[in-house]
Design a binder for this molecule. Structure first.
Ligand code: ATP
Length: 458
């Protein structure tokens, strides 16, 4: 058994797409080596990595072809398809002789750990080179060789990850690449309806957008994502469009939230995957370029700033958080943002109040958590209001600095503001950005498995 890992073949300007390169390799392995290409993994790595072209995807092909032959074929395909005209494209290929049938432990633990870290952290080329040498894997690269990081991470992913979803990608005829795509809008919506909820993030109903159809110059016509391989294929086949050149089913870690590090009181951990002590961090030492899930309390009024971006401060729980009525004193304030592209998600963030208890998820960038989803755990349903006169039911007036309130007409008084119940539009449970703003790796609420009620966007 052989695993072929590859990455970094595409260019923002010139197009191409590593999924296409992988599909071509799988085709040639079948055709030229008479080998089975049993599975193609599409692994999304750390979305915060600065070198990414778009979605930080790396690919792995599982095949029964012998490693030397698989290497030769893959290298030929990469050399002919990788967009090396773009100096930022640094293709990498790694081929490992791994007997997956041997079960657990077939993929070395260090390689699996490398995959987890590639999804949650930042890695060096040297770290990849050392592991490739240590395990005697064959590799090839062009440019600076950075692509070998993703290629190796894709090899380890099958052991590192437990939650898998599917994407059925249909490709355009090469002569159409770079021209406007012809896809019937209504047929996409009808197909999406027929497949929901097994198939998700095909469209954004709120924005009337066909999310599955990219706008980039590459070879993809549409990509249909979901939990069931047959359902994604069926939905793809229902879409009316220009001729489909070829299509390929990928097994992916899209829609799984595996990029998030859980931050518990005092330290964080790697839930759901092979963990690493090196990932540990306290809530007060969150680092840019990583994504987190943490409990927190709202400590500021949400604020809509220029461009429609909504900001709110939270205090991570477990850290001395200050009084909700006195937010500025919080020693561990974490600014959170719902940016304009997150559209209607911002309404939920705008509806937060100081004192609300949350779980927040997102990537830390420049010290701000870019919200992907939020769970409302507890709502602050009281507010401090000026007291009402018990006799005439009119609002009292201030009796002077630090002298409480008084009703001028009746002479009744009160020592200060009083707590009153207020109506809240937010409900308890999970809220998420809509499909049009979803990161590839972020888990849609419709997939289930969340610890509370969910308010899925579709
Ligand atoms: P597309 O999604 O369009 O295929 P991309 O967004 O996947 O493109 P790449 O062209 O693959 O972008 O570039 C990402 C580069 O960053 C690759 O060279 C990959 O090896 C490297 N890389 C990925 N994850 C990490 C990481 N965690 N640390 C360091 N480098 C990484």
């Amino acid at each position: 058994m052989t695993i072929v890992g590859l990455d970094d073949t595409d260019s923002r300007e010139h197009g191409m797409c590593t999924t296409y390169v992988a599909a071509q390799i799988a085709k040639r392995l079948r055709r030229e080596a008479d080998a089975a290409a049993t599975r193609t993994l599409l692994v999304r790595l750390n979305p915060a990595v600065e070198y990414k072209t778009r979605g930080n995807a790396a690919l792995a092909i599982h095949t029964d072809c012998n490693p030397a032959r698989a290497f030769d074929i893959s290298r030929e395909v990469l050399e002919s398809l990788a967009e090396t005209r773009d100096e930022r494209t640094n293709p990498g290929l790694v081929v490992a002789d791994i007997d997956l049938a041997a079960g657990e432990g077939a993929i070395p633990a260090a390689v699996a750990r490398f995959s987890t870290r590639a999804i949650r952290d930042h890695l060096s080329r040297a770290a990849a080179e050392t592991l490739i040498d240590d395990h005697g894997y064959q590799s090839w690269h062009a440019g600076n060789g950075r692509g070998r990081i993703g290629a190796l991470a894709a090899i380890g992913a099958w052991s590192a990850l437990a939650d898998w979803t599917y994407e059925y990608i249909s490709y355009r005829k090469p002569e159409r690449w770079g021209t406007p795509r012809e896809v019937d809008h209504d047929s996409v919506f009808a197909a999406a309806d027929s497949g929901y909820p097994d198939v998700w993030d095909t469209v954004d109903r709120g924005e009337n957008e066909t999310v599955c159809v990219p706008h980039t110059p590459g070879p993809i016509l549409h990509g249909i994502r979901g939990d069931d391989p047959e359902a994604v294929r069926r939905v793809a086949e229902q879409i009316d469009s220009e001729p489909v050149y070829s299509s390929h089913l990928f097994v992916t870690n899209q829609g799984t939230d595996v990029h998030l590090r859980d931050v518990t009181v005092g330290a964080d951990s790697d839930s759901g995957t092979t963990g690493s002590a090196a990932d540990a961090a306290t809530a007060t030492s969150l680092q840019d370029g990583r994504a987190y899930r943490l409990d927190a309390r709202v400590v500021s009024e949400p604020e809509t700033r220029r461009g429609g971006h909504v900001f709110v401060d939270v205090a991570p729980e477990g850290v001395a958080a200050g009084d909700a009525d006195n937010a500025a004193s919080s020693p561990a304030k974490l600014p959170c943002a719902a940016f304009e592209p997150t559209k209607r998600f911002r309404d939920h963030v705008r509806a937060l109040r100081p004192g609300d208890r949350l779980t927040v998820c997102g990537e830390l960038a420049d010290g701000t958590l870019k919200l992907e989803k939020v769970a409302v755990r507890g709502l602050n349903t009281t507010d401090l209001v000026t007291p009402v006169c018990p006799d005439c039911e009119r609002t009292m007036e201030s009796a002077g600095r630090d002298q409480g309130y008084r009703c001028r007409d009746c002479g009744t008084d009160a020592p200060g503001k009083e707590r009153a119940e207020i109506e809240r539009v937010l409900e308890l449970g999970w809220y998420e950005v809509p499909p049009c703003a979803r990161r590839h790796i972020a888990k849609p609420l419709v997939r289930g498995g969340f610890d509370g009620p969910v308010h899925p966007e579709r």
